[in-house]
Design a binder for this molecule. Sequence first.
Ligand code: HSE
Length: 304
Amino acid sequence: MKILVKVPATTANLGPGFDALGLALNLWNETEFSPRTDGQIHIQVRGEGQGKIPESAENTIVQSALQLYALAGQPCPGMDIHCLNRVPIGSGLGSSSAALLTGMLGANALLGNPLSEEEVLKLAIETEGHPDNVAPAMLGGLVASIVHEGRVISLKLPARANRSPMHVTIVLPGFDFPTHQARAILPTTIPRQDAIYNISRAVLVTEALRTGDLDLLGKAMTDALHQPYRLPLIPGAQAALQAARQAGAAAVALSGAGPSLIAFSAKADEQIGKAMQAQFVAAGLPARIFALSASYEGAEVTIL
Ligand code: HSE
């Protein structure tokens, strides 16, 4: 028996929805799990992160799989794990959430699904510490999350799927900007007008994505809580954001905590990515372009 786990990339925040909104993207990690009986765990990583992601007990997929075995109260009989990664690591595209979910979903399937999907999601959110990547990776589409009496509630919101597809351009500069650092630089208190700025826009971002109104998305997908502090620390990012708008993107934001930027447009237009890339290159950084779309499907587990 083999288990195939597919988990999508995700973009968090979508401008004003800091730690609350996330969207799944059509870029998928595929991981095969095969059971062993000798207690050993072997993991092999191909694609994004190959040679950088540890192929040892420190690997996030291995650790999260073992976490699930422990929670299910079962000893792990061992497994072989083969990863084909397409989500770039350290990019602001949810690679760590994808790895967490992959390990948990793979182990849960090998055990015959003792945990429900909801329980796996809860465990992944608790482990990650914030829901805005894990929840859309699991559920697909546009997901909003709140913490209510200590528990996370994540809801997949209606978003226009195929009637007016939105094109997504991600530009990823070669710049190390770890999430813990990108969070540590944020202020711990905020002025009331910044809170109002974000609350009002976050509501309209969800409405713009529901109706496919890119004009509204362009007006609402701005932020006062994190981007003003993060963008100046990423060389070329502010200029790349402006260049995307000038090249015709309807809306542009930092993807998650960065360093990548996400631009939305009505048509696939490679000039948007190239204009952003040129600004990073001018600031001394190489930059990769990914032409994507939103995914209305979330993580998938298949028994092969
Ligand atoms: N909402 C998080 C942040 C996403 O902006 O810090 C990072 O994964």
